[in-house]
Design a binder for this molecule. Structure first.
Ligand code: MN
Length: 204
């Protein structure tokens, strides 16, 4: 993932799949707007705001933790969308977690099914725009957090593992007002090998 600036600028994430690959859950049209317009705008705004600030040269994660206001919003939205788009695949290497992450999910939520039900419910009940997260503390303990607007669990000292974007721009072209239906369907395109890799980085 691109979390460090290249020659002083952040780059738009290159998607590891074609723009129609995640349809019908995420259509090509949604990818064109969500990745090509919304995410690009956050990256552009961040790059425009960086020069001459103490945040030049920092990683996205550092900027998200250390900045505030517009800087934090644009860095947060860039990081959040990178984590979001990279966790999906039309051909997931793993369609369910295994090993340490599977054990932690069972321990914390009872089962993968009960975790997904709670995760979707917390995305549905998040009022307005924001993100629902699966996050881990330094010891690997899991929790679900609801973050408004550009929020990221890093701001509470937690490690982000998986996220659903509940801003209307993430689902409106495909699902209109049916946020719950899109969140349920997103589980079909999650690549748990990506989420597991993030978890193993935390507990290693
Ligand atoms: Mn979004």
């Amino acid at each position: 993932m691109i979390t460090n600036p290249v020659n002083g600028k952040f780059e738009l994430l290159t998607l590891p799949y074609t723009e129609d690959a995640l349809a019908p859950v995420i259509s090509a049209k949604t990818i064109q707007f969500h990745h090509g317009k919304h995410l690009q705008a956050y990256v552009n705004n961040l790059n425009a705001a960086l020069p001459g600030t103490p945040f030049e040269g920092m990683s996205l994660e550092e900027i998200v933790v250390k900045s505030e206001g517009g800087m934090r919003n644009n860095a947060g939205q860039t990081l959040n969308h990178n984590l979001y788009f990279l966790q999906f695949s039309p051909t997931p290497a793993k369609t369910a977690p295994t090993g340490e992450l599977a054990a932690a999910i069972d321990r914390t939520f009872g089962s993968l099914d009960s975790f997904m039900t709670e995760f979707v419910q917390k995305g549905v009940s998040l009022f307005g725009s924001g993100w629902v997260w699966l996050a881990a503390d330094d010891q690997g303990n899991l929790q679900i957090t609801q973050e408004p607007n550009a929020g990221n669990p890093l701001q509470h000292g937690l490690h982000p593992l998986m996220t659903f974007d509940v801003w209307e721009h993430a689902y409106y072209l495909d699902y209109q007002n049916r946020r719950a239906d899109q969140l349920k369907d997103l589980s079909k395109i999650l690549d748990w090998s990506v989420i597991e890799k993030r978890y193993l980085e935390v507990i290693k």
